[in-house]
Design a protein around this ligand. Structure first.
Ligand SMILES: [Ca+2]
Ligand SMILES: [Ca+2]
Ligand SMILES: [Ca+2]
Length: 304
């Protein structure tokens, strides 16, 4: 009996031990499972973190590289900016110099414009003067040509008269060798004062010549002798009368500024008698009032 009881008692203890072992084993299993799960989770998380870290590292590296590239670009751009700034400063300086030159040139251009305007005005004045002088010269040339023609004509007429005179010399009586239209003329070969000259003409049945026309004046002038003519203001100063008593009317042939009655020069004395002065070359201006006491050739005229 007792052995049975002891054997029973040992069986309960073993059972209890078995149970505890089973329980422990179960707990251990649970723990093992839990541990495995935890570890797996841990490893899993750790793997994820590592991958993220790798990605981050890669991104970091990429960003670092890009940053370096940007830094390089930034440095390059900064350098170029500085170069551009330098160029800009140089260009600005040159621009200022050009502006100064432009201002100077503008000022000089204004001065040149003023000078040009002044010279243009002076040129126009000179042109006007030149035109006036040219016109005056042309007028003088025309006058000269006209006078030359008159002189040549007069020379021809004188030559014709001298030719006639030469032909007539042998035709008419001694002393009265020249004839024009209805008058004969006597030319003295000596010089005497006016009154003695007239006396000679009176003794020849004639008188000092009276000039009645341009033709007669030109004829007498062509005789080429300065001589007394029959004109005087000895009766009334300034009132000219011919020797036949007729007053002097046109035509008259006074030389320039004559008669002047001596020109207020006492050395000349009164000038009351008229000489035909052939020193002038124009018959229209051949008379001069002269002192009657001077000796001159004379011309007598006899109207037939
Ligand atoms: Ca006459
Ligand atoms: Ca007089
Ligand atoms: Ca005079």
């Amino acid at each position: 009996m007792r052995s049975v009881k002891t054997e029973t008692h040992l069986s309960d203890g073993r059972l209890r031990l078995y149970r505890m072992a089973a329980v422990c084993l179960g707990v251990l299993c649970v723990l093992q499972v839990t541990l495995n799960i935890s570890l797996r989770l841990a490893f899993y998380n750790r793997g994820n973190v590592t991958a993220e870290n790798d990605q981050l590292q890669t991104s970091y590296n990429t960003l670092t590289e890009e940053r370096d590239q940007l830094q390089t670009s930034y440095n390059t751009l900064t350098e170029k900016r500085d170069q551009l700034q330098t160029s800009y400063n140089i260009l600005t300086k040159k621009g200022d110099q050009l502006q100064t030159s432009y201002n100077t040139l503008t000022k000089e251009r204004g001065q040149l414009q003023t000078s040009y305007n002044t010279l243009t005005k002076e040129r126009d004045k000179l042109q006007t003067s030149y035109n006036a002088l040219t016109k005056a010269r042309d007028q003088l040339q025309t006058s000269y040509n006209t006078l030359t023609k008159e002189r040549d004509k007069q020379k021809r007429e004188n030559n014709d008269l001298m030719a006639k005179f030469s032909n007539l010399k042998q035709t008419y009586p001694e002393g009265w060798q020249i004839k024009l239209e209805s008058s004969w003329y006597f030319l003295s070969t000596v010089k005497k004062p006016w009154r003695e000259s007239r006396q000679d003409c009176l003794q020849r049945g004639a008188d000092l010549v009276i000039v009645n026309s341009d033709k007669e004046q030109e004829f007498l002038f062509g005789l080429t002798k300065g001589a007394w003519i029959g004109l005087t203001d000895s009766v009334t100063e300034g009132t000219w009368k011919w020797v036949d008593g007729t007053p002097l009317t046109t035509p008259s042939y006074w030389y320039t500024q004559q008669p002047d009655n001596g020109g207020d020069n006492p050395a000349n004395g009164e000038e009351d008698c008229v000489e035909l002065n052939t020193e002038t070359w124009r018959p229209a201006k051949a008379w001069n009032d002269q002192s009657c006491l001077h000796n001159r050739y004379w011309i007598c005229e006899k109207v037939v």
